[in-house]
Unconditional design. Sequence first.
Length: 316
Amino acid sequence: MKAVQITGFGTPDVLLVTTVDRPAPGAGDVLVAVEAASVNGHDTLVRSGGLRMVSGRKFPIGLGLDFAGVVAATGPDVRGLRVGDRVWGTVHPREKHAVAGAAEYVVVPAGRLSAAPAGISSAEAASLVVAGATALIGLRDVVRLAAGERVLVRGAAGGVGTAAVQLAHAMGGHVTALARDWHAAALRDLGADEVFDYGTTTSDRLGPFDVIFDTVGSELTCYRSRLTSSGRMVTIGLSGPAFAAIAASTVHGSRRIRAFSANPGEAVLRDLAGYVASGALRPVVDSIHPLADIRLAHQAFERGGVLGKHVIAVAG
């Protein structure tokens, strides 16, 4: 079968579509015939060596954190999933895999899967797995957004950002989106009440906010100052300056900056599917690349300017 691997860290040029043996499911595992995967920041960090403390230096390393496809086989002790079921899920981000989501087949524990939402394609489903779960966990579980609260989404046009705008709106928040002005109409259609161009709008012109959902990782201290006295801020855009701002904010009680990394299992994916089924969450796909063009997909991701997600069509 075909799978994307790297044999060294570097630019998208290190990405290889190679032929490997098809994995077999063990006890509690499910073999999924992958139809689509998406490009996540985690993938580009692993590829470039930014997560080598987690991924290790033992090559080859497979890429692809999330996927959507069809159950091809199940191992012993798997209940509730049958061959032919449409599913979506994730590979564990803290484990090193020679074969991951960007492959024709992947093996994962059954607890990392749920039934994929009906009525959307596998490419659309793949675009929502990690992005949607990250937004859901951050808004619902980390900052506990309440109806009527004012929410700022930074990086609102990206995969996580477009999901956060929709979910914050569905939870009853008053949503302000920060993105490039050419994405304003699309973001309003997704549920944003206000949209500001981050290229021309400084933080001191915004707020106050009860919740700030940040996907960027820069200027965190400036944006934290726009919180109300009981405001909460969460970021997924981690860097050296971001860690410093997070550490400094711990003395501010409820106004501290929290960081988290989504690691969705079956329960979160099932809840996410419910938002899709209700129409509250729609997939936003910027581009679809065939598996053979995985390098182009990574290059497009790193150029920025995206609206939604870059998706890899593996099969189907």
